[in-house]
Design a protein. Sequence first.
Length: 117
Amino acid sequence: VQLVESGGGLVQPGGSLRLSCAASGFTFSSYVMKWYRQAPGKERELVAAIRGAGGSTNYADFVKGRFTISSDNAKITVYLQMNSLKPEDTAVYYCKADHLLSRRAYWGQGTQVTVSS
């Protein structure tokens, strides 16, 4: 099982980035795919979630209206489109796969997002 994030980087406030999480080694539709983030000195927090096969989504209040989570079943990839980025969005962003019916879960290695002028 492997989750590989990409797409992080340095962006100015108000800018956009799209993160990708390429999954392999498990049945995509059996998992809820999530994006978390962790800023220095802070707890890891849930940003957004989507059923692995697409469908229902959930967002943390602090990203509603700015971030969009989506999935591509053919590519077995989950995306996080981040618009109107703020300095407080600076964090390492992690992809996580949570099995729907068990406690099985997998994490990616994280990708750094830095919002700064």
